[in-house]
Design a protein around this ligand. Structure first.
Ligand code: C2E
Ligand code: MG
Ligand code: MG
Ligand code: MG
Length: 278
């Protein structure tokens, strides 16, 4: 009886399905297969000192090379993975691979750097995430001070749960940053109380910093607020010298963007940016 009901449900659903919805289902099943077949890899974008121009760390960004479509952007497949729940195994893979790569670079004798990894909301809500990360770090033997987790403002809406999760991360010794800062829900009260280390000013403000008066005001206000709250601050999406000069005048610590480099595969990142100690 139940099966019959479910069957008719499915039929009704597929009849009314738009091309877009069907496409989505196909991509979702491709995502699942892609994970099994190892079609995902990471690229790395450097995080640079605004004042000195040297490298301070890197951000890991996931890439999917679809066997037929070619590269699919994370803006497209992350929301799908989130919806279908696949983000949990995919996110686990990303964390593990980022940690492993960072350790590999340290083993090669490069100056150790802090690697940022993006978390998605469903991943962040997993109560055992901190424990899992702790186990990965132990297995890989990576010092937690070389890991930064990026969350977004929307993940702190449920403030008690978010606080508990962030506290677990801090107890492990990880750094935490708020990505795309300024675009989401955020209350200054939470900002004061959440155990975070860094704000990353969203690219949309940084890109208009020389043309829009309000964007310039927003960037300088976020930067100075970060200073007062003893938080570090990173500007995302820096594409030209004028923007960098603006950030320098604001005493912004760190910048990321195409001015320095697009995200690149591990081998290229190593050749372009990593230096041996001493
Ligand atoms: P995000 O974490 O804010 O990452 C920054 C995005 O801006 C990246 O896009 C990067 O390539 C791009 N970008 C960096 N500098 C510039 C610039 O100067 N100009 C312009 N126009 N763009 C710049 P990407 O790699 O396509 O990633 C998009 C978003 O997808 C990320 O935004 C992040 O929210 C999500 N994402 C990427 N990798 C992962 C992952 O491993 N896990 C999760 N949960 N999300 C991820
Ligand atoms: Mg990010
Ligand atoms: Mg961002
Ligand atoms: Mg983002």
């Amino acid at each position: 009886h139940l099966a019959k009901e479910q069957g008719s449900e499915v039929k009704r659903f597929s009849k009314g399905m738009t091309t877009i919805a069907r496409e989505k289902l196909i991509l979702e099943s491709d995502l699942r297969k892609g994970l099994e077949r190892g079609e995902f890899y990471l690229e790395y974008q450097p995080k640079m000192s605004v004042e000195h121009g040297n490298i301070l760390g890197m951000e890991a960004l996931v890439r999917w090379n679809h066997p037929v479509r070619g590269p699919v952007s994370p803006g497209e497949f992350i929301p799908l993975a989130e919806e279908s729940g696949l983000i949990v195994p995919l996110g686990e893979w990303v964390l593990y691979e980022a940690f492993r790569q960072n350790k590999e670079w340290q083993n090669k004798g490069y100056d150790p750097l802090c690697m940022s990894v993006n978390l998605s909301i469903r991943q962040f809500r997993q109560p055992r995430l901190a424990e899992q990360i702790g186990r990965m770090l132990e297995e890989i033997d990576l010092d937690p001070q070389y890991v930064e987790l990026e969350i977004t403002e929307s993940m702190t809406v449920d403030k008690d749960a978010a606080f508990e999760q962030l506290k677990r991360f801090k107890q492990l010794g990880l750094h935490i940053s708020i990505d795309d800062f300024g675009t989401g829900y955020s209350s200054l009260h939470y900002l004061k109380n959440m155990p975070i280390d860094r704000l990353k000013i969203d690219r949309s403000f940084v890109s208009e910093v020389m043309s829009g008066q309000s964007d310039a005001a927003i960037v300088s206000t976020i930067t100075s607020m970060a200073h007062h709250l003893k938080l570090k601050v990173t500007a995302e999406g820096v594409e030209n010298e004028e923007q960098l000069e603006f950030l320098r005048n604001q005493h912004c610590h760190e910048a990321q963007g195409f001015l320095f480099s697009r995200p690149v595969p591990a081998g290229q990142f190593e050749r372009m940016f990593l230096k041996k100690l001493g």
